[in-house]
Ligand binder design. Structure first.
Ligand code: PLP
Length: 462
């Protein structure tokens, strides 16, 4: 399998190179040049597989010759062995709603599904090339801990995660700072999340510094993350349809950067019988406005009860646009340039009709999110986290759709208490966090402070 950039500026590359590149060097996003076309007998056979076996089958064609079948099997097995449910992503029924629980990984959030795999994959590829990688990122909560757990203890990788001091929830802070592996560096900065993110951006934009310290990112645009996230769409369909191609399934997906739902879109393009994909957003509704009007227009970010979806632009959306434009990289470059210049872009009426043939979109308010948590709890005793509640609310117009549960409710205990008057129970990975030893550096929210911390930690010749 070869990979190309949505902006058409790089020669086709293989899987390993695509994973190590992350963002394409021409500023675009990487996509496979072709997609496998799955026939009904194949899908029917896959419907009976357990999660690791299914992951192997789904990933195989995308990996091509770069990993042997044994290497891929070993990666998949190790990546999902630490999930606390034997099915990895179990499908449960809550009243009439099928809920796909994606939060059984080590940090109790769905990002583990992709980042456990990505961490192992990085380690394997770096062992081969003899290279090293220093991951640098800023987090407002969830992504940081999932990234840390993805690479803790791995050879040839260090990870530096900045968070705003005292401005993330105590559970989220402890999830990161209780990881004591020598390759994990937590940095609290005296400032806001925006300060932390700005510092990371400045350091990445210094190309000399970036090269010298082999800096890399683990953001939602790495192709391997999309790949790992495709698997559970196949899994859910298999459980519900029992392999009958005449039984399509719809999915409601709490969406921020469009990574999770894009994985579902690719599964559909590959032949998985997916009827509708429902984009569930909170008040930050750029995607919902796009699906409704065909205009993708930036606006300011609002803080909500589902903070992992508080985004201004959806970084994976460009991948979808590329398909919508029929793979015309030049037209895509034009649109992205317009977005950069004017803060908005638009598609034709015909293209909008294509969007609406696949996607629905609903923007859900905080009040509706709380009401959904309360309703579901009263009618079934099941506790939704606020992100999942956004998805379940959005699925009301599409009965029977599978709702993706993206976080364990205990990660967002305040919102849950506000809705139902009690705290959710702590899942095993979150138990006992408060009593554990922690390690974290505290720095001023200034580029030079973080720069010299990196230099000192990594040594000048690192
Ligand atoms: C990251 C995240 C999302 C959004 O996923 P995208 O791939 O960015 O659309 C939803 N819910 C939770 C809990 C998350 O951490």
């Amino acid at each position: 399998m070869r990979y190309l950039s949505t902006r058409g500026g790089i020669p086709p590359i293989g899987f390993s190179e695509a994973v190590m590149m992350g963002l394409a060097t021409d500023g675009g996003l990487l996509l496979p040049a072709t997609l496998p076309n799955l026939d009904p007998p194949t899908l029917a056979r896959w419907a009976g597989l357990g999660y690791p076996e299914l992951a192997m089958e789904v990933m195989r064609p995308f990996v091509g010759e770069d990993l042997s079948a044994e290497e891929l099997a070993d990666l998949v097995r190790r990546s999902y062995a630490r999930f606390d449910h034997p099915e990895v992503t179990p499908l449960v029924r809550v009243g009439d709603t099928p809920i796909l629980e994606l939060f059984h990984g080590p940090t109790a959030a769905f990002k583990d599904v992709a980042l456990q795999f990505l961490g192992n994959l990085f380690e394997l590829l770096l062992a081969r090339s003899g290279g090293r990688l220093n991951i640098l990122g800023a987090t407002s909560g969830d992504t940081g801990s999932a990234a840390i757990y993805g690479v803790r203890g791995k050879d040839r990788i260090n990870i530096f995660i900045l968070h705003p001091h005292g401005r993330i929830s105590p559970v989220q802070e402890r999830q990161m700072t209780t990881v004591l592996d020598p390759n994990v560096f937590n940095v609290a900065v005296r400032g806001t999340f925006d300060d932390a993110q700005r510092i990371v951006k400045v350091l990445f934009s210094d190309l000399q510094f970036k090269e010298r310290f082999r800096l890399g990112a683990v953001n939602s645009i790495n192709w391997a993350r999309i790949l790992a996230q495709m698997v559970y769409y196949f899994y859910a369909w298999g459980r519900l349809s029992r392999g009958d191609p005449a039984r399509p399934v719809s999915f409601a997906v709490p969406t921020g950067n469009f990574g999770d739902i894009f994985a579902g879109y690719l599964a559909k393009r590959m032949g998985l019988p997916v009827e509708r994909l429902i984009i569930a957003t909170n008040r930050n509704d750029i995607l919902t406005r796009f699906v409704t009007t065909g205009r993708y227009a930036l606006s300011e970010v609002h803080a909500t009860l589902s903070p992992a979806m508080d985004i201004q632009v959806s970084s994976n959306f460009e991948r979808y646009l590329y398909y919508l434009l029929g793979g015309d990289a030049e037209a895509l470059r034009g649109l992205m340039e317009r977005l950069g210049r004017k803060g908005s872009l638009g598609v034709s009426a015909e293209q909008l009709a294509q969007v609406q043939a696949v996607f629905d979109a609903v923007a859900v308010s905080d009040g509706e999110t709380l009401a959904q948590i309360r309703d579901t709890y009263r009618s079934s005793g099941y506790v939704l986290d606020p992100h999942t509640a956004v998805g379940v609310w959005a699925a009301r117009r599409c009965p029977g759709a599978v709702c993706l549960a993206t976080a364990h409710p205990a990660k967002f205990g305040d919102a849950v208490r506000e809705a139902i008057g009690r705290e959710p129970e702590m899942p095993p990975p979150l138990q006992g966090l408060m009593g554990r030893e922690t390690r974290c550096a505290l720095l001023e929210a200034q580029v030079p402070a973080v720069r010299s911390y990196l230099e000192q930690t990594l040594g000048v010749g690192a």
